[in-house]
Design a protein around this ligand. Sequence first.
Ligand code: FES
Ligand code: FES
Length: 198
Amino acid sequence: MKLRINDKEMEVDAEGDTPLLWVLRDDLGMTGTKYGCGLAQCGACSVLVDGVVTRSCVTPLDAVASSAITTIEAIEETDLGKRVVDAWIRHQVPQCGYCQSGQVMAATSLLSETAKPSDDDIRAAMINLCRCGTYNAIKAAMKDLAGTSEHADGGEGMDIGTGAMVAGGVAVAAAAVGGTLAVRSSGRNNKTGGEGDA
Ligand code: FES
Ligand code: FES
């Protein structure tokens, strides 16, 4: 099967129902995209499929065979992706960094659709989990990118991802239990391509 990844055609030897994340990491060695929950909940595995943030852990190859896939390895090759990464650096967002490629993907997808997202837009789109709790830094970087930093409220007015959050119709309760992230979700607004859609 041929896939178009980061503007290159790549031949992969895998069944059509294989999750895209497996192929990216194990077959192609593109390990910038992370495995978190494997259940379409945490967002660590996010990539762009035709520009839309997509959870690759539940997206089968068959669903993306004719699509343009972008991973974190190539995100800075677009002006927008580079602006997002620059903002992430400027605001010192990453802590351990594990979730951050997915966060950058979510941010890039939002900004490609809405150049100047409102606080509500940001709250609804930036729903990936971060066990290091970088949510305030993500918020600051997003408001910088949206050009609304001067109205920043010091972290009180727009809570994103506080471990238990309600955003854009999404209710997520997360708990780290014995090193395993257990997540309960009543819904989600990220695109997924497989049976993991909730
Ligand atoms: S690893 Fe895909 S959403 Fe968590
Ligand atoms: S920076 Fe560590 S999980 Fe997000």
